[in-house]
Write a protein that binds this ligand. Sequence first.
Ligand code: G3P
Ligand code: MG
Length: 241
Amino acid sequence: MRATDIPRVIGHRGVRKLAPENSLSGVREAARQGVRWVELDVTLLGDGTPVIHHDDDLARLCGRPQPLRNLSLADLPRIDIGSHYRDSPPEPLPTLAEMLTLLDELDMGLNLEVKDHGEDPRYVIQQIVPVLERFDPERLIVSSFSAEQLRQCHLLVPDLRRGFLTARLPPDWPLLLDRLGIYSIHYRWQALKESTLSLLKASGYPVICWTVNNKKAGERLLAQGVTALITDDPQPFARYL
Ligand code: G3P
Ligand code: MG
């Protein structure tokens, strides 16, 4: 995959401003908006099932502080992650496998962010990678804030594109990124200096900024050479879709 194959606008948690986050309906809405790639979070249930969810519990989206580690696949149909969003209908928390099926149907790409909720990084990656095997690797980047998750991913599937999520580059970044076999850098846009962007670009890394909800800032970043913006709302960036 060349950097030019990554669209300039990626929907954050689907299209978080327009639909329930990390949901099947949200990804359908992203497609309706003309978004070609989405960023989604993946977390494990207690039985190891990878699900599309940002937090380690259901408090924020379902109003009950139930940890995901206490749930299994059989519990999912009765977990409603839709109704918290405006007047959306109820919908179940999706598995990663269900989400990949939908993305295939819609011919969409995925930046999958692996969450680090304190589980063993090797176990987390081992649970996720087999599910990803049926998805087109040309339409996939797996990202994480956890260097250890990225290292495990590199060991298990060297060819899978990996994104390094950060708000600050560590001092030894050239060596670290090389050792982890990093493909792209996913930078918190407010922290990205133009000099850092130039260095990363000169080193050949596509730079993807999150979470850009300010039109002026997004246009400036794209003009400076940022590869893509991850945004809650693609509408202000419609001309880049
Ligand atoms: O992947 C970029 C962004 O989603 C990272 O932060 O907390 O929204 O998952 P968060
Ligand atoms: Mg995320």
